[in-house]
Design a protein around this ligand. Sequence first.
Ligand code: GLN
Length: 547
Amino acid sequence: MAKYIFVTGGVTSSLGKGIIAASLAKLLQARGFKVTIQKLDPYINVDPGTLNPYEHGECYVTDDGAETDLDLGHYERFLGTPTSQANNVTTGRIYQYVINKEREGAYLGKTVQVIPHITDEIKRRITLLASKHDYDIIITEIGGTVGDIESQPYIEAIRQLEWEMGNENCIIIHLTLIPYLKAAKELKTKPTQHSVKLMNENGLSPDIIACRTEEPLNADIKRKIALFCNVTEDAVIEAADAETIYDVPLLMMREHLDAICLQKLKLPLRNEPDLKNWKEFLNKLKHPKSKVVIGLVGKYVELQDAYKSILESFVHAGAMNECKVEVRNVHSEFLTAENIKSELSGLDGILVAPGFGSRGIEGKILAIQYARENKIPFFGICLGMQCSVIEFARNVLGLSQANSTEMDKLTTDPVIDIMEDQKNVVQMGGTMRLGAFDCEIDPQSKSYEVYGKSYISERHRHRWEFNNKYLEAFEQNGMKAVGRNPETGLVEMVEIPAHPFFIGAQFHPELKSTVENPHPLFVGFIKAAGEYAKEKKGRNTLESTSN
Ligand code: GLN
């Protein structure tokens, strides 16, 4: 039978429950347990697919095509195992299911209520993962903060589960903030006491208190928290600010978070966590031998969460190349023919980001033209790839009006067009081309070199596609379709063979990069950027010596 660890948050949001949950999972996995993580989100949207990145950050897509919370990205990056629809549940999805059942008459004339019907459905979703897989431990993170009205049914569901399963099968970690008051030179425990009291009022008592803090917690503070929050002293865990999120598993190990959980769940400790690969990665990350500057061209650059997986993929690929990746944000909306050179000067590589709608499109196209003409390593993802096709059509094929029908419905040259099966779609949620699809790579391509194989599977999230009517013209003029879907013939990857590194991918490689398996396309891109940087340096020294 699987055992459960619930992670709740108190005092404030954004304390990093996802990172704590992922770090704990990593430690348990490294001890030999089979672990997964689940996120329950208390909002009414059925999934975050319809949410603006400004509201919610990136939408993470799983192999089975679920549009999910970005925390699932952390889970996959830390654990290296795939998640699925069952790993992310929202209040919207719970209610949708219960209401549909009510319409079918499944409740046999009963009044449908939050308790027991909504809470029963929450419990069913929590235990569903265990019924389908043989996990030893399931970590469930509850979004939001205790005390939020919308979190109440989740808190009640956990209370019931704990009552049903017993405390040795079900424990709670409460993550809170211990603020440091500069004027008083003191760490304050009162907000944590209040937050635990709120849980107590709902019939829950945390087993472990994890404390986010900027200052170390001394023994006195730990004892005080233990006393007022009714936990053992060793169950007060310091969660100090870390240099990188990838340090957190080691920090949690130092605090024995994994061992305490196992002890409370009456599970054997097994072996010490085997973190050899993880430490090697950290070592490379912290001791880079070179540096590259990559321009991230997008329209949400002011909000880092919007490109979370891309930024993390750079971290993984940088470590693999023993190279520090400095990301320079370039706002595509403000790029013009006049400022393009100054805005992009000094870059060793240019990544054009995914996106929806026409804002910032012309800036992306200008950046791509600049990368193509100046032979700067270029990597376009989804909309970034589509823009590289538009750019090539306009500036190389001479189709000055070329566009995607997403941006201009009536364009005379729809080089990117909506997929046939998308034309009659009216519902927006969950209807894109979503999830993992196979792709076959041309052995005569840079992409093949980078992947080292011809069959890959990558995750998608889009409605528009390369228009195959133009394929011949592109190929004859130097842009090749090097990745195709073997069943449908859809173009999944384009390249310019005459360019040192120019790759566009219709899919999202960033969703599959993990600490222990950095994505080959990112690794290849950073490598190419490193070579470009070196060559540029050589050129500059040559120029200065000849001057
Ligand atoms: N807007 C484009 C499409 O729907 C690209 C989507 C994306 O970049 N994820 O096809």
